[in-house]
Design a protein around this ligand. Structure first.
Ligand code: BT5
Length: 309
């Protein structure tokens, strides 16, 4: 069904076509063509009835079929106008055995950050979760958080926003938080069953509507212009797919875009604070901090960049 809808869309993208011609080309009935055209219209595609039949005149700015249309990565999109949390939905899909699905929402009503903190997700953002089943041990899963950070940073930089990565899971512009990433997983020690990588991208939202403690910003605010969320989401998913297909490329790309390396940092870890200069990142995602007592490797924690002393 969904596949036929894509074929109708692809055929229309090639130029205006009549109902009978589409029916012939796709080997479906004229009634089926009409039904798919109506469904596409309901999803926001503008398809005009012209002399030669149907003409595609506008692709919607956001939504599942819109993001799938022209997407160069093997993900199916599960799209929602409003949902409590895309990560929670992706976990449910994982329990049903799904794979390579992206849950996408315009608004979340119960978005979550790390440690069950709230993630404010008004309409206009790109709130998404990628569900995948990589053939890796559990211990390697943090590399997918880094891959997501690189993917969004690349897409933001292509869109003219000076985004950088702050360890472990933020994308920032001049220290202001643009994106947060939350990775969840399940499996046995030697093999991940599934990984859900949630990305909260402040796209076309007003920073004033977000909690001020994290000093938030958005793509629209930084550019002075709204971002095309369809194209931006596609770029993120394509970059993420490239990185997950070549795990060795993740760390070098991360280093290239990191703002944390070379900075004085204070990381609040479960074993207490670690303070010093962040000198490197180590697979699958640990930060190496040069402290007064020598190098310390931290795998998790909240990281503050300190002013140079
Ligand atoms: C994160 O947590 O940064 C991870 C956020 C992941 C959100 C995505 S959205 C799609 C998917 N579905 C979900 O339910 N979650 C994921 P953390 O480092 O714990 O940061 C949380 C803190 O950031 C909060 O305590 C606030 O201070 C701040 N914050 C909340 N909403 C924000 C926003 N939209 N922009 C910037 N900062 C925000």
């Amino acid at each position: 069904m969904q596949e036929t809808r894509h074929r109708v869309l692809d055929a229309l993208a090639a130029g205006p076509a009549s109902g009978p011609a589409l029916a012939d080309e796709l080997d479906i009935s004229r009634a089926a063509v009409w039904k798919h055209v109506e469904a596409l219209r309901e999803e926001g595609f503008e398809i005009e009835s012209v002399d030669d039949g149907y003409e595609l005149t506008r692709v919607p700015e956001f939504g599942g079929t819109a993001v799938e249309y022209g997407l160069d990565a093997p993900f199916e999109i599960d799209s929602h106008d409003s949902i409590p949390s895309t990560n929670a939905r992706a976990r449910d899909l994982a329990a049903d055995g799904a794979e390579d699905v992206v849950v996408l929402a315009d608004e979340q009503t119960g978005g979550r950050g790390r440690l069950d903190r709230e993630w404010t997700s008004p309409s206009g953002g790109i709130w998404l979760s990628v569900l995948c089943r990589p053939d890796v041990p559990m211990a390697h899963a943090p590399v997918f958080t880094l891959a997501a950070a690189v993917a969004v940073t690349r897409a933001a930089r292509e869109a003219g926003v000076d985004a950088r990565i702050k360890w472990p899971n933020d994308v920032v512009v001049d220290g202001r938080k643009l994106v947060g990433i939350l990775t969840e997983m399940e499996g046995e020690a030697d093999r991940v069953s599934w990984v859900v990588v949630g990305m909260g991208i402040n796209a076309n939202v007003d920073p004033d509507s977000l909690p001020t403690d994290a000093d938030p910003t958005s793509l629209r605010h930084e550019r002075g212009d709204p971002i095309d969320r369809r194209v931006f989401t596609q770029r993120v998913l394509e970059a993420f797919h490239d990185l997950r297909s070549d795990i060795d490329s993740v760390l070098p790309a991360w280093r290239e875009h990191a703002t944390t390396l070379g900075q004085r940092v204070r990381v609040e870890t479960a074993d207490g604070p670690v303070e010093g200069e962040a000198v490197d990142i180590r697979f699958p995602g640990a930060l190496v901090v040069d402290t007064d007592d020598g190098e310390v490797t931290v795998t998790a924690g909240d990281c503050d960049h300190l002013r140079p002393v």
